[in-house]
Design a protein around this ligand. Structure first.
Ligand code: NAP
Ligand code: GLV
Length: 313
């Protein structure tokens, strides 16, 4: 059992009170503080956070660990004063993989079956069947083939799409072709009809999805980004989508969030915009992972999924 009192501080503007109540159910001997009532920062043992103000975590000088509410941790590491001597544990709740698999499937099927065009036709009562396209004719490549990328591949596979994944290190997933490293990137991209971006945002991946990289895709291929806006150099893609080199851009995440109302992506006929909703962390299940992690640490063990600061994920 954990030492008493262990002090946990939560910074989460959306569901902070819910997280406090759920953690309190599991960690009965802990004191749980909700931002902005963090009290004496030196007393805090664990922080649970999504986007805390820059410098806050560094001031908690006795922190044993930080638990990220998101699977991605770039929003925490963007703090120039982030305390890199403190373990950072990322969120790996299966509910995120389920949500992402559902979202990517929705996007791929919508584009594959021309649903956006049919919705346009409906607005003008235009009865216009298009030639049907079949999954075996469409190749889907998933760039970033970790927990969420592999979940998306497993969800799409039963439809019959040809699927490949690209990651830093090779993967083995039945019926899926694995590509790894920069040298294999052009071969990965060359045959794709749909490129799904599920990379973490790191120093290596920032702005990686740009016009130059996408020139390796066949003309008319579509890009779905459900990871982070900063992965895409969005302004370089406008000429590609205007000129038809890219078929559609499907964006759940954006270079600035909320996406400014006057940004061209909102109104472009070949761009789909959603407001960062692909896979939301569910407090009920995710709080259990955090509670388990704190109990492990209090028992002298390190939880899984500790971020490697040199890699950035
Ligand atoms: P993950 O399990 O850590 O997977 C990341 C994958 O990216 C791994 O396959 C990794 O390769 C690969 N990778 C990282 N850097 C690379 C590089 N420089 N070159 C090639 N491959 C690289 O992460 P995850 O749980 O799948 O989450 C992915 C991202 O999804 C998160 O970072 C977050 O930004 C985003 N996300 C978005 C939402 C949303 O609602 N839109 C929700 C949750 C998460 P290795 O396997 O070889 O290490
Ligand atoms: C959401 O964007 C996450 O990183 O979990």
């Amino acid at each position: 059992m954990q030492k008493c009192p262990v002090i946990i501080a939560i910074h989460y503007t959306s569901y902070g009170a819910q997280w406090r109540d759920l953690l309190a159910e599991r960690l009965t001997n802990c004191e749980i503080r909700l931002w902005p009532d963090w009290g004496d920062l030196a007393e805090i043992d664990y922080a649970v956070a999504w986007t805390p103000p820059d410098g806050l975590l560094r001031q908690c000088e006795n922190l044993k660990a930080v638990f990220s509410i998101g699977a991605g941790v770039d929003q925490l590491l963007a703090d120039p004063d982030y305390p890199r001597n403190v373990p950072l544990i990322r969120m790996t709740d299966d509910i995120l993989a389920e949500g992402m698999a559902e979202y990517v499937t929705l996007a791929v099927l919508t584009l594959h079956r021309d649903l956006l065009r049919y919705l346009d036709f409906q607005r003008t009562a235009d009865w216009q069947p298009l030639p049907q396209r079949y999954p075996k004719d469409h190749k889907v490549g998933i760039m970033g083939f970790g927990k969420l990328g592999q979940a998306a591949a497993l969800a799409l596979k039963p439809f019959g799409f040809e699927i490949s994944g690209w990651s830093r290190t090779p993967k083995q997933l039945a019926g899926v072709e694995s590509f790894a490293g920069l040298e294999q990137l052009p071969d990965f991209l060359a045959p794709l009809d749909f490129l799904v971006v599920l990379l973490p945002l790191t120093d290596d991946t920032q702005g990686m999805v740009n016009a130059d990289l996408l020139s390796s895709l066949p003309r008319g291929a579509s890009v779905i980004n459900a990871a982070r806006g900063g992965l895409i150099d969005i302004e370089t893609l406008k000429p590609l989508i205007d000129g038809g080199a890219l078929g559609h851009l499907w964006l759940d995440v954006h270079h600035v969030e909320p996406l400014p109302a006057d940004h061209w992506t909102w109104a472009h006929p070949n761009v789909v915009v959603t407001p960062h909703i692909a896979a939301a962390t569910l407090p009920r299940t995710a709080s259990n992972l955090v509670a388990d992690g704190i109990l492990q640490m209090e028992a002298g063990q390190m939880p899984a999924n500790v971020v490697e600061f040199d890699k950035g994920y």
